[in-house]
Design a protein around this ligand. Structure first.
Ligand code: AMP
Ligand code: MG
Length: 313
């Protein structure tokens, strides 16, 4: 990949960043929390590139960034609590997990196939300006390689991702420096992650306590899977061919019902994963899946397939 451009926070820099995003490239952008690795949330392949650039070994759902509540209402259903919280704390360091609208046009890889979507309107003026000009929902996890500390300056971003992304928009140091607070609304609003806005402030706004994250549940506990999309169909991994009654999800040059990537391209395979699983996941179906190499995004693909294939309760 060509060298990563450092864009200045002026008219030219913001326009260039917006243009890169509109043409499917990745740009690290300043927000008030930390720098985000931004990509077009409506295109699976752009989202796959985010995971690839970060070398993330897992497809966890990403936060979708929007300029304001009107834009967020177009992709997610706001209940009264969500309206109240967004009204009080947006733009700002609060992420809301809400039901995804069927008409949202959000790539399934953004939500890891879930029926909910995490949305945020960041308060940083450059981020807001850029999101308006990009004119589409933008997925953005923190702009650091997986397992490393979140970046709070453009230089931090370059330290970790130089040469792996198209550009960094330099907005100086982030003001808050920690990630957004995440709340899932619904009948009993829950705190999913503490962050830039204290839980007490949210509770004061709601006039009710938030349910707290379930810290007893072990990270690796299979119960965690329940929060993730898993096909209803049984899955058999490392299959060379389909057995009678099975449909085959292929990889590479082979006969199959659907193929993740005939060219064996991991970014393409990751982009297709959730859509293809869903397409093959019909009543009573059994899905055989061709072997996927454990390289690059193949690790994240296999992680998700193994969890989908694991026995369920
Ligand atoms: P990051 O993008 O690295 O700041 O992390 C995003 C966080 O939001 C992760 O902890 C996700 O698990 C959480 N998240 C995003 N979307 C959802 C969702 N639909 N349901 C629950 N949690 C979500
Ligand atoms: Mg992160």
């Amino acid at each position: 990949m060509p060298e990563t451009q450092l864009l200045q926070p002026d008219e030219d820099g913001i326009n260039r960043a917006a243009e890169l995003l509109r043409t499917g490239k990745l740009v690290a952008i300043p927000t008030e929390t930390v720098y985000g690795l931004a990509g077009d949330a409506t295109r699976d392949v752009c989202v796959a590139r985010i995971f690839d650039a970060k070398r993330r070994p897992r497809f966890n759902p990403l936060i979708v960034h929007l300029p304001d509540i009107d834009a967020a209402r177009r992709i997610a259903d706001f209940d009264d609590a969500a309206e109240a919280l967004a009204g009080a704390f947006w733009p700002g360091a609060l992420t809301l997990v809400l039901p995804l609208k069927s008409s949202a046009g959000i790539a399934p890889l953004v939500t890891a196939g879930l029926a909910t979507v995490a949305v945020r309107a960041p308060g940083h003026p450059l981020a807001r300006d850029l999101l308006t000009r990009a004119n589409r929902p933008i997925a953005a996890p923190s702009a650091n390689p997986a397992g490393r500390i979140s970046p709070t300056t453009a230089q931090h971003v370059l330290d970790g991702l130089d040469g792996r992304i198209a550009a960094v928009l330099d907005g100086g140091p982030c003001e808050t420096g920690i990630e957004s607070t995440i709340v899932a609304t619904g009948p009993a609003p829950r705190l999913l992650r503490p962050g830039g806005i204290p839980a007490e402030a949210l509770e004061a706004c709601l006039g009710a306590p938030l349910a707290m994250p379930d810290t007893d549940a072990g990270i690796a506990s299979p119960g965690q899977m329940r929060s993730h999309y898993a096909p209803g169909a049984a899955l058999r991994l490392d299959a060379d061919t389909a057995r009678p009654g099975e449909v085959l999800l292929g990889f590479g040059e082979m006969e199959s019902d659907l193929n993740l990537s005939r060219a064996g391209d991991m970014v393409e395979a990751a982009a297709n994963l959730f859509g293809h699983l869903r397409a093959l996941d019909t009543e009573g179906a059994s899905i055989a899946v061709a072997p996927i190499p454990e390289t690059g995004l193949g690790r994240a693909i296999n992680d998700r397939l193994r969890r989908a294939a694991a026995p369920r309760d």
